[in-house]
Each structure stands twice: as structure tokens, then as C-alpha cells.
Design a protein around this ligand. Structure first.
Ligand code: F6R
Length: 618
């Protein structure tokens, strides 16, 4: 949560920072700000800092900041910027970052939480004048307290007093060529250009300039100038770091002609699904080969239980994965919401395999849960999208889902790619157990057809848009699914509520009569998944029950199911596939329905209220 971007080099910093903030806006968007050290101050260390540091902040989205910056000209090749998701202190301009100390010379942008900020404030005493209600500003004053001419040292001394988490960039008016940045619990990536450096919460702001990056680890502090990068630990000891190459390209982080990132990401799915599965299976042996698992066959055979840990959409992919694993591999699987897992006493041993599943790889609850699982001796692996993210690095192996940058707050393509990777894992374990080569081959052949079948579902975009317009004024929705389509229903419901603010619930078809059926009325549409699988007849009966209560019905049904139209007001047909693969197709109409409903209602689709994409606080 919150996005940070900093630039130091020879280019004009402001456009890089503002465009960078736009890329990071998914991390928070209640206010934003930018601080620049103007070039004229570079030759004279003693210049009046108030004349050389420019700070502009605005409440609301980046567009508001941009508007405020219009007509102002800055000559600056060094600056920091921030987009905020409020934790401490309301959404006001004075609480927006960057923050400064009493002198106005120390300027910082912070992501994370300074838990002991009250004690620190008390320690600093009444001589410090605060301009905001934030915990972050206290850090600026703490650095001021320790500052004796060496910014890095002052930051290190201040951080030694801090309890909490931070991704931090700091500059000082007296050091117009020096940026200090530090990380503990909130991600920071340093981009290495030609005589220029970028620091940001993820790599997307720097994709147009460099693919060479260094991932800062927890407890590392970087001192960055135009010519040099020097990394130390919190004890000020030098650290040598490896550079990594980012594979994402600039175009993949743009809307590419779509009105919203969410729509673009929904339409990315046929392509990125192929990216996820390419090179990860062996057709002849009818198995998957996910080398990153980092386990021997004997270790894999020793696994008696799998636990899938995730939050939100990723947890619904995990639920789909449970069906796949249990059916194909015959291994019992539990799905745990990370925030629950970390605070109970999970029973784990060295025959347990735990997967932490996360698009961002930064979700605080998932991260804490996998650390706990590791402490208890399980095999802990990651299924993650963002390369180099914390969960990817905290696990002892795993698989990147290769969905590319997912910038809309509502997750779409990450869901399908996570589900596909879980399927491949289920297949790999299944083939080590009892699954036959023929079944494995059949599954792989069916999986290979999914991208084309996804395109057929996406081709119904206009029809789904019409449905969204037809139903957009209903204040409630119920989503129904059974078996492998129950997580699909949960995901469809989450998508709808999070971007349209319409109340919706999802229920397993068989559960409806145990309570939720009382909700049904002609004003309570039911969106049900009734594709041709082993639970088809059961699901059909559930829908008959809905029909009898006169609730409008929208169905996702298998092509050629003529009976579906008799049952429902509206039907979206999807191509047939093997039952375990159905979530990869059946989720798409629900994503499109949520998207078009949100557009029809005039919602901010990519940045729904109150949310942030990367939930790095508990
Ligand atoms: C919903 C959504 C969230 C995330 C959840 C986990 O559309 O995006 O529910 O799925 O916050 O995030 P990651 O996958 O980054 O751990």
C-alpha cells in the first residue's frame, strides 16, 4: 500500500515521477505528492533550501496532482514522489507525502507503518513542529534529530529507533545529489540506468528506461547519487548485491487502447495463460514439470497434506486448486485465508507442503503466514506474479505465474494464471501418485485448447455489456456455483462488489436452501454457473428452486445446452472443457459482467474506493 517513486539522473525528473506515480496508483490513491530539488541548487551547497526544494501535494488521484502541477515549471533532475493509501491521519493535503522536518530540508516519502511514532514524538520533545497527523512525518523529524551533515548516517540512526515497517526515500536540501532509501517490510526496487537511478515500490515506473534492477532486501539501505550506488545494512556494513533483469515490457504496463486496465487485463488472459503453461509440461509423459518446486521426487511422494494460503481473489484460485489437487493427486488440501492461518495453531509437519499464493507477492498476511509455516517445518513454496517480490524471495522455491503487470486493483488475469499453475502442480503430484499417463495427456490437451476457448468467451463482450446494463440497478446479487465452480461464484461476487459497490454474496448451490434462499425475490438476481459436469443435475435443481422464487436468473452454461435458456432469463454460453479446467473459462463472463456494470454505473473501475492492490499492512 502506498507507492513510492524517486529519480536521480540527468533527465527532467517531474514527468518521470508523475508517470511513475500513475503506474503505482493501484497501490493507493487518496492523495499524492512530489518533491523536487531544483538544479540551480546543485552548485551551491549553501543555497536557501526553501528556494531549491519544491513540494506539491494534492488530495485525490494523480490527475489532481497533475492538474495542480500544470503551468508550473521546474528544472530538476532529482525528486521523490508518493501516492498514498491512508493509515495514520485522514485524507488531507497536509497528510499527503512527501513530508519534511522542521527545517524543510529533509524530505521523505514513506510506505509502511511507524508503530512507535507516539513514543518517538515524545522523545523528540516539543521543539519539533509537526504539520501533519502522520506517523511518517515523525520519521523526518527523527532523521533531523540525528543529522550532523551525513544523511545516510542520520537515516541509519533514526531507523535504529523505529518499530514498524518502511519503504523509504529521503533527500536533503544540502545534498542535491544524494538520495537515501531503506526497506523493511515494504518493497523497493532500484533501477539502474545510464548515470541515473530509479527507486520505486515496483519496477513498473522504470520499465521505459531500464530493465536492470536491484531488489532491496529488508534491512538494507541504499545511498544513491547520479554516479554511484552504495548499499549497506542497518549496521552500516557494505553489501554487494546482484542485479536482475526485468522481463516485463513497457507495453504490458499500458492500456493498449482499452478504456481501463481491468478490461485490458481480462483480454490479456488467452495470451498470459499460454505464458504461464509454456515449457512447463511434458506431453509424452502426460505430466507437468515445474522445476521451481525445488523438491526431489522422494520429497514430493512424502507429502501427505497440502495447505494453500492466500487472500481475496488468490484464495479463490486456491479453492479451485483444492478441487484439482484432490481429484488429480489424491492429496488432502486445505485452503486457508492467510489472516486466519497466522493467528491460529495450524498443525503442520515436514510432510506438509504449503503454497503461499499471491499476485503482488507483498500481501502482509500471506507473508506472515508462510513465515509461520516455515518456522513449523513445512515445505513452503510460492505461486507469485511479481518477480523478486518478498513472498517469492521468502519461499524456498515455487513458480511465477507470468501474468505480466496487473495494474487494475481488481485482480483478473492473476486468478486464471494462479489456477492454471495449481492445475499443473496437481497434475505433477498426481502423476507421481496414481494418475494415469492417458488422463494426464488428456488434461494437457484440454489445457492447450483453453486460450482459444477463452477468446470465444471474450468474443461475447458486447452481449455481456448489454446484460450489465439490463441488471445494473439491482441492489443485490447472489452468485451460485457447485464443486469447482463454487470458487468461480465467489470470485464473480467479489469482482462485482469491489468495483460496483453492489451488495453481492456467493453461495455453494447446495447451501442455498439452508438460509440464503430467504433473500430471493424478483429484485434479487441470481448469477449461476451451470456448466455440463458431474454436478450439472444438482445445480439444475438448485436453479429450479431459484426460479420458483421468481428471482431473475443469469446462467453461465455449456454451449449447446438448450435447456438452459428455458430456465433462465439470460444465458452466457461457454465452450465445453474438462471439469477441472472449467474455472479457467467460467470466470471470464463474471469478470466482464462486473466490469461493464461498474462502467455503466460510472464507477472508477481501476481504482475502486477504499481499496489498494497491494495490501502490505495487516
Ligand atoms: C480482488 C483482489 C484482492 C487480492 C488480495 C490478495 O480483486 O485483488 O482480493 O486478490 O488482496 O492480493 P495478492 O494476490 O497480491 O496477495
Amino acid at each position: 500500500m502506498c507507492g513510492i517513486v524517486a529519480y536521480i539522473g540527468s533527465k527532467q525528473a517531474l514527468p518521470i515521477l508523475v508517470n511513475g506515480l500513475r503506474r503505482l496508483e493501484y497501490r493507493g490513491y487518496d492523495s499524492a505528492g512530489v518533491a523536487l530539488i531544483e538544479n540551480r541548487s546543485q552548485s551551491t551547497e549553501s543555497r536557501n533550501p526553501e528556494a531549491s526544494i519544491q513540494c506539491v501535494r494534492a488530495v485525490g488521484k494523480i490527475d489532481n496532482l497533475s492538474e495542480k502541477l500544470k503551468g508550473q515549471s521546474f528544472d530538476s533532475t532529482f525528486g521523490i514522489a508518493h501516492t498514498r493509501w491512508a493509515t495514520h491521519g485522514g485524507v488531507t493535503e497536509s497528510n499527503a507525502h512527501p513530508h519534511s522536518d522542521c527545517s524543510g530540508k529533509i524530505i521523505l516519502a514513506h510506505n509502511g507503518i511507524i508503530e512507535n511514532y507516539r513514543e518517538l514524538k515524545e522523545k523528540l520533545g516539543s521543539s519539533h513542529i509537526y504539520k501533519s497527523e502522520t506517523d511518517s512525518e515523525v520519521l523526518a523529524h527523527l532523521i533531523e534529530f540525528y543529522y550532523r551533515g551525513d544523511l545516510r548516517k542520520a537515516v541509519l540512526e533514526a531507523l535504529a529507533q523505529v518499530c514498524g515497517t518502511y519503504g523509504l526515500v529521503v533527500m536533503h536540501g544540502d545534498h542535491p545529489s544524494l538520495l537515501v532509501s531503506a526497506r523493511l517490510g515494504s518493497p523497493l526496487v532500484i533501477g539502474l540506468g545510464e548515470q541515473e537511478y530509479f527507486v520505486a515500490s515496483d519496477a513498473t515506473p522504470m520499465l521505459a528506461y531500464t530493465k536492470k534492477v536491484i531488489f532491496l532486501e529488508d534491512g538494507e539501505v541504499a545511498e544513491v547519487s547520479r554516479e554511484n550506488l552504495h548499499i549497506v545494512n542497518l549496521k552500516d556494513q557494505n553489501i554487494t548485491k546482484q542485479t536482475s533483469q526485468i522481463e516485463w515490457d513497457e507495453a504490458s504496463a499500458q492500456k493498449q487502447g482499452f478504456d481501463h486496465f481491468m478490461l485490458k487485463e481480462i483480454f490479456d488472459q488467452p495470451t498470459v495463460l499460454q505464458d504461464a503453461i509454456r515449457g512447463r509440461y511434458k506431453t509424452e509423459e502426460g505430466t507437468a514439470h515445474l522445476a521451481g518446486l525445488n523438491m526431489t521426487d522422494a520429497e514430493m511422494r512424502s507429502i501427505k497434506r497440502v495447505i494453500l494460503i492466500a487472500c481475496g481473489t488468490a484464495s479463490y484460485a486456491a479453492m479451485a486448486g483444492k478441487y484439482m489437487f484432490e481429484r488429480l493427486a489424491g492429496i488432502p488440501v486445505e485452503v486457508d485465508v492467510a489472516s486466519e492461518f497466522r493467528y491460529r495453531d495450524p498443525i503442520i509437519d515436514n510432510q506438509t507442503l504449503v503454497f503461499g499464493i499471491s499476485q503482488s507477492g507483498e500481501t502482509a498476511d500471506t507473508l506472515a503466514a508462510i513465515k509461520e509455516a516455515k518456522r513449523k517445518g513445512a515445505f513452503v513454496r510460492g505461486i507469485v506474479n511479481v518477480v523478486g517480490s518478498t513472498i517469492a524471495r521468502e519461499t524456498d522455491g515455487g513458480t511465477y505465474i507470468h501474468a505480466g503487470p496487473e495494474l487494475a486493483v481488481a485482480s483478473t488475469k492473476a486468478f486464471t494464471n494462479m489456477t492454471a499453475i495449481l492445475l499443473l502442480y496437481a497434475l505433477q503430484f498426481g502423476r507421481l501418485n496414481k494418475l494415469s499417463v492417458a488422463t494426464g495427456q488428456r488434461l494437457l490437451a484440454a489445457l492447450a485448447e483453453i486460450p482459444e476457448k477463452m477468446k470465444l468467451v471474450l468474443a461475447q463482450n458486447e452481449k455481456i455489456k448489454e446484460l450489465a446494463n439490463k441488471y445494473k440497478n439491482n441492489p443485490n446479487f447472489l452468485f451460485l456455483g457447485r464443486g469447482v465452480n463454487f470458487p468461480v461464484a465467489l470470485e464473480g461476487s467479489l469482482k462485482l462488489k469491489e468495483i460496483t459497490y453492489i451488495h453481492s454474496e456467493a453461495v455453494a448451490g447446495g447451501e442455498m436452501k439452508h438460509g440464503p434462499i430467504a433473500l430471493l425475490s424478483p429484485m434479487f438476481p441470481v448469477f449461476a454457473i451451470m456448466t455440463k459436469n458431474q454436478l450439472y443435475d444438482k445445480m439444475r435443481s438448485n436453479i429450479e428452486e431459484v426460479k420458483a422464487r421468481k428471482a431473475p436468473i443469469i446462467l453461465v452454461a455449456t454451449e449447446g445446452d438448450l435447456g438452459a435458456a428455458e430456465l433462465a432469463q439470460d444465458v452466457i454460453f461457454v465452450p465445453p472443457t474438462m471439469e477441472v479446467l472449467e474455472p479457467l473459462l467460467n470466470t471470464l463472463p463474471l469478470q466482464l459482467f462486473a466490469y461493464h456494470t461498474a462502467v455503466a454505473l460510472g464507477r472508477d473501475v481501476d481504482r475502486p474506493r477504499n481499496l489498494a492492490k497491494s495490501v502490505t499492512v495487516e
